[in-house]
Design a protein around this ligand. Structure first.
Ligand code: C2E
Ligand code: MG
Ligand code: MG
Ligand code: MG
Length: 280
């Protein structure tokens, strides 16, 4: 017990813990009202065909403009949403909003969006997706859902089922952040993923660590044998781009080709305006 360790220490720990907890509680209650008061928006990061260097789509990424704190990054508030049961509602908003944008853009532009493990366990997820598609008159193949291997942790056996039902709607399913975590190649063999996204940290490390190149090479070969398409994330330099293209990646995403953009900027890019100055 902390008490036994001495009064000063106990007080130090408890006040630190307390303020951390208070911060969480405040963030949680703020999150509860954030949807209703329009504090979320999506930004859209370009995805580029590695061979033609043409725009093929975007990844939609959530942003929270907190009235007092300003921009709170998703890496901070998504875990809070996940732990407090709010991810379902926020995730449903993301699905609707991403479909709304995708419906304003022509084929073959696709919009990818991230799905939390907490959404995968919701039995209603396939319905939420199909209803959003219907609401915006969007064919399923115009969106992609990105999941990490986290969806299989603590899986009660239904995850694969849910992913297959989503595939039946025509939507793509990408395995995100590959190269981090366990990245078991067993996941590639699940026959539900149409795409593999190699994590940015792994992509950038390849420059300084040649052994990563060999690993990426075999991941790409394996994924291709399962007829998956491959995206390199986090491409920041021309060297990263050329390396990943030459290794066989089909699609490139990263600051080199564009930062996440507000809808209007993304829309200009789709319409071929402002294509020269993509960064920003
Ligand atoms: P992610 O899905 O892997 O998204 C890619 C992240 O890498 C984004 O960070 C993006 O801005 C960043 N990025 C893109 N290109 C580069 C680059 O060249 N260099 C570097 N250093 N970073 C790059 P962001 O937007 O902060 O999102 C972080 C994570 O938060 C996402 O990782 C995703 O796991 C989660 N997230 C974001 N939006 C959503 C959402 O709507 N729903 C859920 N469930 N998770 C989301
Ligand atoms: Mg993603
Ligand atoms: Mg990723
Ligand atoms: Mg990530």
């Amino acid at each position: 017990q902390a008490k036994d360790a001495g009064r000063g220490v106990a007080r130090y720990f408890s006040s630190e813990l307390q303020s951390e907890q208070e911060d969480r509680v405040r963030l949680e209650s703020d999150l509860r009202s954030a949807i209703a008061s329009n504090q979320f928006h999506l930004v859209y990061q370009p995805l580029i065909n590695a061979k033609t260097q043409k725009l093929v789509g975007f990844e939609a990424l959530i942003r929270w403009n907190h009235p007092q704190r300003g921009n709170v990054p998703p890496n901070v508030f998504i875990p809070v949403a996940e732990e407090t049961g709010l991810m379902g509602a926020i995730g449903a908003w993301v699905i609707d909003e991403a479909c709304r944008s995708a419906a304003t853009w022509p084929e073959p532009i696709t919009v990818a969006l991230n799905i939390s493990p907490k959404q995968i366990i919701l039995p209603a997820l396939p319905n939420i997706v199909s209803e959003a598609l219907a609401r915006h008159k969007l064919p399923g193949n115009r969106i992609e859902l990105e999941v990490t291997e986290g969806v299989f942790l603590g899986d009660n056996g239904s995850t694969l089922d849910v992913l297959k039902r989503l595939r039946q709607l025509g939507v793509g399913i990408a395995l995100d952040d590959f190269g981090t975590g366990y990245s078991s190649i067993g996941y590639l063999n699940k026959a539900v993923f149409h795409k593999l996204k190699i994590d940015g940290s792994f992509v950038r490390e390849a420059g300084s660590r040649p052994e990563n190149v060999a690993i990426i090479q075999s991941i790409v070969q394996l994924a291709k044998s399962f007829r998956m398409s491959i995206t390199a994330e986090g491409v920041e330099s021309a060297e990263d781009f050329e390396r990943m293209r030459d290794l066989g990646c089909d699609t490139i995403q990263g600051y080199l080709f564009g930062r996440p953009l507000a809808y209007e900027r993304a829309n200009q890019m789709v319409r071929g305006l402002g294509a020269k100055r993509m960064a920003g």
